[in-house]
Design a protein. Structure first.
Length: 159
């Protein structure tokens, strides 16, 4: 009986850990091919004010604080794969390891996306332009907040 109670306690702890993002106050967002939506979905990101965003699937959710007087951007770089005769729904394919450039005010930097296609940065509040090859997107960073942005790096048609 003690062994069963111990296993139930362990199972409860594991479930609580798996839901840690919700318990810790993080909100889950996923990209549906058009925009970010609140909820759980493939290739999502967890967001909480004054904390660095965490792409889903990176293991334990860490509550890394944003540096003072900064906000964050969670940028998803992707290819859109359009269907042909058999598949009409567009699909999002994350672009891993691609170089992205960011400029705004006196800041100019380059960074690479992670394996999930995300680039997570803490930046001073302001207006920025993010570039991926010939594609670009304007984003606004607010103090203590996370800006969710997506940048399509191309389209791949499949039949």
């Amino acid at each position: 009986m003690v062994k069963i109670a111990g296993l139930l306690t362990l199972a409860l702890l594991l479930c609580t850990s798996a839901l840690g993002a919700e318990i810790a106050g993080f909100k889950a967002y996923f990209f549906d091919g058009q925009s970010f939506r609140e909820g759980k979905g493939e290739g999502g990101v967890l967001v909480k004010d004054y904390r660095l965003p965490v792409p889903v699937g990176e293991g334990a959710v860490r509550e890394d604080p944003l540096p003072a007087n900064t906000g964050a951007v969670a940028l998803l770089c992707y290819l859109q794969s359009g269907g042909g005769k058999l598949k009409r729904q567009p699909r999002v394919i994350p672009i891993a390891g691609v170089a992205v450039q960011l400029q705004g005010g006196s800041i100019s930097l380059a960074a690479r996306t992670d394996v999930a296609g995300y680039l997570i940065l803490a930046l001073p509040p302001g207006n920025y332009t993010i570039r991926l090859g010939s594609f670009e997107k304007a984003v606004v960073i607010e103090r203590g907040k996370t800006t969710l942005a997506s940048l399509r790096g191309g389209k791949r048609m499949v039949d």
